[in-house]
Structures are given as structure tokens and as C-alpha cells.
Design a binder for this molecule. Structure first.
Ligand code: PMP
Length: 369
């Protein structure tokens, strides 16, 4: 392999339930590590996947036109703007490879940030420039823009952010897009809204929802979180129309498979499940925030379906707490791969999972191991 591939650190996913069951001999394991949907998958989506099982021998329809149309309707945009991919990860990867030349161009993102941006950038041979987050994990867009020069082809911003849950005002994101267009007309702003629907006020927080789409911005969303289909791998983007056309030329022809397309369409129609998901996540987020705060933890404000937190002083290490939770059959997310070894991230679970997590934390903090 090329030297830049040999030097890579692989993406580190959350631990799987099967791994922990086997390692600790547990039958019941709770996973609150990967920001999945606490209510599972929509019943209508499950039914659609079963119904289409006999079609598995067929290729999907080229370009997934029904799904594209449904997403265009959902966001009230022209369907020529919509791109679908094998998770939004695929769209991130493709945007980088479509816009940035190896050895010549750069991308800019925050540090820490969702690790796929720098990883796929390095795989593509693109220079990755990192802008530190503020101490409170908010964004300094002035500092981010100082990293942009004529070599920069993409700037990534995650809102709400992973792993902090921080959500900048949408006016600040619009302003960033405008200033970027002035400084670097060939540079694209990628606004990753993977968690935006969990915000208390999505309509007020999302630039995509505002309908005022800057010409130099791409918006990314995913079916992995609020739509409950992480295992099927389905994400989408709202792109400037010319870029969307190139996207379809560059994409692998069938990366969104038949089950993902059918289940995705059914999930979009399952408004009751979606309502229940958003209610459960917003309620569970408040329960976890209050519970962790009462235990003396520092919890960062989050508009997403997870919380970033730190243990109280003298409560032992984050690693020790993570491992003590594992022994009790609860998986959360250590943040070493985000360079935050003393922080932890917990995904909002269902009511029972949230209660079990808080009870385990109470026990662990009462007697740090
Ligand atoms: N963006 C962010 C900020 C994420 O946290 C994730 C999921 N970990 C993704 C994108 C990728 O989502 P998908 O499952 O659609 O590839």
C-alpha cells in the first residue's frame, strides 16, 4: 500500500454488544456508544425490509429516484440537489475525492471532530488542517477561516457537533458560508447535520431547514440516528445542483441497496415512530443530563442524542469508569480517538437503559475502582 495508507489510524467504532457479551460472559448488554436510535428501527421500515426480501436478487434502480424524490419533498428542495449514499460516510468520502487533488489541496476541520473527515482526507492524500475548538467546545469560525487559503477545497462543520453536542446559531453558519465564498470561491462548506433533528428547535437551528441554502454549501443528513437505520447504511446530502450532478457520475452505481432504499422510504412515512423517537431522545437527554449532574459530573449542553461529560474530581479516571460500566454490561464511548481521554460520551438510551446507566454510575462513583 502507499505510505499514506500504511501510516493511517483506522476509524475506531464503538464496541459491539457481541464482543462484550463474550468477553464478560454477560447475556444482557446495553449499548449507549454509537448514537443509535433508542427505540430501534421503525416498524414500518422493518416490514418494508421483510416485504422486499424476495427482490434481493435484483439490482437497485439506478440513482434511487424514488428515495431522492421523497427526500427532496421532505426538505422542500429541487430533487436535482439530492444525493444518497452508503451512509453519509460515503458522501463525505466522495466529496473529498471529487474536489481535492492528492498532494495539492487541503481540507479544514475542527480538532476534535467526527474522525471520518480527517481519515478520508488522509486516504485521499489531501492535507488536513485542524482548528482547535474553544475550551467550552464551541466554534471559533474566525480561527477556522484563518486555515483557509487557495489550496483549501473543503471546510467541515458538524452541527450539532460530535462529540460535544454543541450547536452554533444557524446565522453564524450562514455567515461562515458567506465569508468563505469571499475568501476562497473554490472551497465548499460541508455542514454535517447528522444530529440536527434532535435539537429542541430544529427549524430555528438548521440552515438547511431555513431554506436559504448558500451556493457554496452542502448539507449532510443520515438515516442512522433519528430514522433508526444505522445497520442499513443510508445517508444523504443536499448539494448545489451542479455538484450533485457530478456526484452521480462519481458514485459507485449501487451503493444504496434495495433494502436500504425500501426501508428508508418506509421510515420517512412512519411519522408516529419519528415523533416517538424525537420525544424519547429529548426526554432521555434531560434525564441523563440531570442524573449525571446530580452525581457531580460536568455535562456539556447537547442538542444531539448523546452527552459529553467528565467525572467529578477524585472520582478515578474516565478509562476506569468506562471499564467498570463494561463489567456491568453497559457500553458507552471513551474518547481517546478524539484526543479527549478524560471525557466520556454516552448516547441517549430508552427509559430503562438511561435508568440502568445512571444506577451503574451511582455505584461506580460511590466506590471508584
Ligand atoms: N456525521 C457525523 C457527525 C456522525 O457522527 C456520523 C455517525 N457516526 C456520521 C456522519 C455518519 O453517519 P452514517 O451512518 O450515515 O455514515
Amino acid at each position: 500500500a502507499l505510505p499514506r495508507i500504511r501510516e493511517l489510524d483506522a476509524y475506531v467504532p464503538g464496541l459491539s454488544i457481541a464482543e462484550i457479551q463474550q468477553k464478560y460472559g454477560l447475556s444482557q448488554v446495553i449499548k449507549m456508544a454509537s448514537n443509535e436510535n433508542p427505540l430501534g428501527a421503525s416498524p414500518l421500515a422493518q416490514e418494508a425490509a421483510r416485504r422486499h426480501a424476495p427482490s434481493l436478487f435484483r439490482y437497485p434502480q439506478g440513482g434511487n429516484p424514488r428515495l431522492v424524490r421523497a427526500l427532496a419533498d421532505l426538505h422542500a428542495v429541487d430533487s436535482r440537489r439530492v444525493a444518497v449514499g452508503n451512509g453519509s460516510d460515503e458522501i463525505i468520502d466522495l466529496l473529498i475525492r471529487m474536489l481535492a487533488e492528492p498532494g495539492k489541496h487541503s481540507l479544514a476541520c475542527f480538532e476534535p471532530c467526527f474522525s471520518i473527515y480527517p481519515i478520508q482526507g488522509r486516504i485521499a492524500g489531501v492535507k488536513v488542517r485542524r482548528c482547535p475548538l474553544e475550551k467550552d467546545f464551541s466554534f471559533d469560525f474566525d480561527a477556522l477561516l484563518r486555515l483557509v487559503d487557495q489550496s483549501t477545497r473543503l471546510v467541515f462543520v458538524t452541527t450539532p457537533d460530535n462529540p460535544s453536542g454543541y450547536c452554533p446559531p444557524r446565522g453564524a453558519v450562514a455567515d461562515l458560508a458567506g465569508r468563505l465564498a469571499d475568501i476562497a470561491p473554490d472551497c465548499l462548506l460541508v455542514v454535517d447535520e447528522a444530529y440536527m433533528d434532535f435539537a429542541e428547535d430544529e427549524a430555528g437551528a438548521s440552515l438547511l431547514a431555513s431554506g436559504a441554502l448558500p451556493d457554496n454549501a452542502v448539507f449532510l443528513r443520515t438515516f442512522s440516528k433519528s430514522w433508526g437505520l444505522a445497520g442499513l447504511r443510508l445517508g444523504y446530502g443536499v448539494l448545489p445542483p451542479a455538484l450533485a450532478e457530478y456526484f452521480w457520475r462519481a458514485r459507485l452505481p449501487f451503493s444504496v441497496n434495495i433494502l436500504a432504499e425500501e426501508a428508508g422510504l418506509a421510515a420517512l412515512a412512519d411519522t408516529a415512530f419519528r415523533r416517538a423517537t424525537l420525544d424519547a431522545v429529548r426526554r432521555g437527554r434531560a434525564t441523563l443530563r440531570d442524573g449525571l449532574t446530580a452525581l457531580g459530573c460536568t455535562v456539556w449542553p447537547s442538542a444531539a442524542n448523546f452527552l459529553l461529560f467528565r467525572l467529578p474530581p477524585d472520582a478515578g479516571s474516565a478509562k476506569g469508569c468506562f471499564e467498570a460500566l463494561l463489567r456491568r454490561g453497559i457500553i458507552i464511548r471513551p474518547l481517546n480517538s478524539y484526543n479527549l481521554p478524560e471525557h466520556l460520551r454516552v448516547s441517549v438510551g430508552d427509559a430503562g437503559e438511561n435508568a440502568a446507566f445512571l444506577a451503574a454510575m451511582r455505584e461506580i462513583l460511590a466506590a471508584p475502582e
